[in-house]
Design a protein around this ligand. Structure first.
Ligand SMILES: [Ca+2]
Ligand SMILES: [Ca+2]
Length: 181
């Protein structure tokens, strides 16, 4: 199995609107109630196991350029994802958060931060990925110097999604510095 480490820059700017009339502009995650008949999953031929998020650690990442080029406080999410059938050569990720630290995050709504990456791995040979997600925030959705609940979901090349990995962490302050008390 190949161990791959990658870095992706994401933005939590323009915090998700509480009530979006026009719907999300980014691709919403697959509705779990919907059978994948209209969007046929890619048959990777590797198997059909879903990945799972093994661990997530977070840290303050200073000021970094957002995908829009704005210098903003950033938070690093280092996530380790495992998939027994090795089809993490294409990996998707979704991140939710909320301000009520109770170990519960609503992942039924579209994730405010999503992305995906294709890796140069061997087919069916990528069973472990260490993924560093750098998420910039303008303080709107992910509030500065605030402890928040987070949930991360990873998906494999076939589109199988992991269970949500829920954890609490402190968002960096307005300088991108660690705000953990
Ligand atoms: Ca899989
Ligand atoms: Ca919560």
């Amino acid at each position: 199995m190949r161990w791959l480490v990658l870095v992706a820059g994401l933005s939590a700017c323009g915090a998700p609107k509480e009530t979006a009339d026009t719907g999300p502009t980014t691709t919403p995650p697959t509705d779990t109630d919907t059978e994948p008949t209209d969007t046929e999953p890619v048959d990777t031929g590797c198997g059909d196991t879903a990945p799972y998020v093994f661990a997530v650690t977070t840290s303050a990442a200073g000021l970094q350029k957002s995908p829009e080029g704005e210098l903003l406080p950033a938070m690093l999410f280092a996530m380790e994802v495992i998939d027994d059938d090795g089809d993490l050569d294409h990996i998707g990720y979704e991140l939710w958060y909320d301000e009520v630290v109770d170990g519960v995050v609503d992942t039924a709504v579209p994730a405010p931060v999503i992305g995906n990456t294709t890796l140069a791995g061997d087919l069916c040979g990528v069973g472990f990925v260490a993924l560093n997600l750098t998420v910039t925030t303008d303080g709107g959705g992910m509030k500065y110097a605030t402890e928040m609940d987070f949930a991360l979901v990873a998906s494999d090349a076939r589109g199988n999604r992991s269970a949500p990995f829920v954890f609490a962490a402190w968002v960096p302050d307005e300088n991108g510095d660690d705000a953990t008390p």
